[in-house]
Design a protein around this ligand. Structure first.
Ligand code: GLU
Length: 493
């Protein structure tokens, strides 16, 4: 049995796009499911547009997503001699020919076809030049391209696409296409096939935007006497107005790196992306890696385009709300130790790590994360909305400040009173703090809510959050007392 070998061959001309990440994921899942291999090949033959920065970005993005590969990265430019050898082989076998037609000559024919409203295709002028004619033109130094000689026969050529079914074309409809430019450089169409043959690729899962190449590539496989791989062309990802997702139109949200920086959990993004264009056939949305590897199949890739429901609105995330809800799900349900590891770099970035976690504080750190994660959406929230747990320097949000503090002049005295009582507690725990706060409210004849909401705002800076008394435990007696005592400063604006 032949080995299952897949490849992810990005062109390093930009960041890792979420559409590219989805392609990589499908190939990775299929390889894993079938005990196969994933080959990473950087298609860098376009020297003008390929950059080192992009290569690095792609590698980093894949690593961040947890997509590992078995071979590579190979670089297409390392194999230029293979590409040239293949074109030579095709020329020698009379499966390709040199074409000396000039651009001007071709333009005249194209325009004539347009005028007659007939489909233009190369007319084969140079297809049967004699060896002498060719030698003559070459000696005269005339430039030429190499064209593939499409078999001169009736009937059709096709392949069975695992997603779209049988795709075919009439031989007669396919023009003799160029495989080597007049500069001597083989075209991408050919390089891609030559590399896939050398890398013994058995399955090609790629976007349907590449379908325009596939029939011609099948012809090349046949001509090079190599087995044609299994093709599966995936639907494109469009926005809710049916426009292709692009950086120009949608900005940074198309880049995987954006999600990393915004504090997404890699697997949450992967899970979301896999479901953009594939479905398990039931309502299940959340999968572990193993479950997804087990369930994934090419047959269940959707035939219709996927909708990335890009929405402006929440300024923090101009992205599909479903991506956020996937992240919330994982943020709230993953083992807290794993969350702890992922939150670390974000706290470090905010200079909060030492406060949060020093050896023996680990238990406190994890309990605190567990307490506050329920309302958070992304990992950055811990050092941002959750800052008050890790530092005494935090911002008090305007809305709760006005509503829960400034509106109640009395709190200026009441909260310091509460501070004194908390300080005096011999046992500072959930019950004693709650009793103390309620007793004070009764004595003062104010609603407990006024005291509790005021305390929440002063202690955390936030309007909402976990249970107040859990918060008091997480932040600790000393720091709570100091914050309550200091309430007057919030009125000085
Ligand atoms: N280098 C191509 C791209 O980045 C991939 C072509 C293919 O999958 O065959 O779009």
């Amino acid at each position: 049995m032949t080995e299952t070998r897949l490849r992810f061959p990005p062109s390093p001309t930009g960041y890792l796009h979420i559409g590219g990440a989805r392609t990589a994921l499908y190939n990775w899942l299929y390889a894993k499911k079938n005990g196969g291999k994933l080959i990473l090949r950087i298609e860098d033959t376009d020297a003008e547009r390929s950059t080192q920065e992009s290569i690095q970005g792609i590698l980093d993005g894949l690593k961040w997503l947890g997509i590992d590969w078995d071979e590579g990265p190979y670089f297409q430019t390392e194999f230029e001699s293979d590409h040239e050898a293949a074109s030579k082989q095709l020329l020698e076998a009379d499966k390709a020919y040199k074409c000396f037609c000039t651009k001007e000559e071709l333009d005249v024919k194209r325009e004539a076809a347009q005028k007659n409203k007939t489909q233009y295709g190369y007319d084969g002028t140079c297809r049967s030049l004699s060896a002498e004619e060719i030698a003559e033109k070459e000696t005269a130094g005339l430039p030429f391209v190499v064209r593939f000689k499409v078999p001169d026969k009736d009937g059709e050529i096709g392949y069975d696409d695992k997603v779209l079914g049988h795709i075919k074309a009439q031989y007669r409809e396919i023009e003799d296409f160029v495989i080597v430019r007049s500069t001597g450089k083989p075209l991408y169409l050919l390089c891609n096939v030559v590399d896939d043959i050398r890398d013994r690729i058995s399955h090609i899962i790629r976007g349907s935007d590449h379908m325009t190449n596939t029939i011609r590539q099948v012809l090349l496989y046949n001509a090079l006497e190599a087995p044609v791989p299994v093709f599966a062309h995936m639907p494109l990802t469009l926005d809710n107005k049916k426009a292709k997702i692009s950086k120009r139109k949608h900005g940074e949200i198309v880049a995987v790196q954006f999600y990393e920086e915004k504090g997404f959990i890699p697997w949450a993004l992967s899970n979301f992306l896999v479901l953009l264009g594939w479905s398990p056939g039931n309502d299940t949305e959340f999968f572990t890696q193993d479950e997804l590897i087990e369930t994934f199949s090419l047959e269940r890739i959707n035939k219709t385009n996927s909708i990335f429901n890009y929405q402006k609105g929440n300024p923090k995330f101009f992205t599909d709300p479903k991506a956020i809800s996937f992240n919330e799900h994982y943020l709230r349900t993953m083992p807290i130790e794993e969350i702890g590891v992922m939150v670390k770099p974000f706290l470090e970035k905010e200079d909060l790590w030492d406060v949060a976690y020093e050896g023996e504080k680990k238990e406190w750190y994890l309990t605190t994360l567990d307490l506050i994660r329920d309302r958070f959406q992304v990992l950055t929230d811990f050092g941002d909305r959750g800052r008050a747990y890790f530092s005494d320097e935090f911002t008090v949000e305007q809305k709760p400040l006005k509503k829960n503090v400034l509106k109640h002049e009395g709190l200026k005295e009441w909260l310091p009173m509460l501070a004194d009582r908390f300080e005096a507690l011999a046992v500072y725990n959930l019950e004693t703090t709650e009793q103390t706060a309620r007793d004070l409210a009764t004595e003062l004849d104010v609603k407990p809510g006024v005291i509790i909401n005021g305390m929440r705002t002063v202690v955390t800076g936030q309007l909402a959050g976990p249970s107040m008394f859990d918060i008091l435990m997480a932040i600790g007696q000393k720091r709570v007392v100091a914050r309550l005592r200091d309430v007057a400063k919030l009125y000085e604006v």
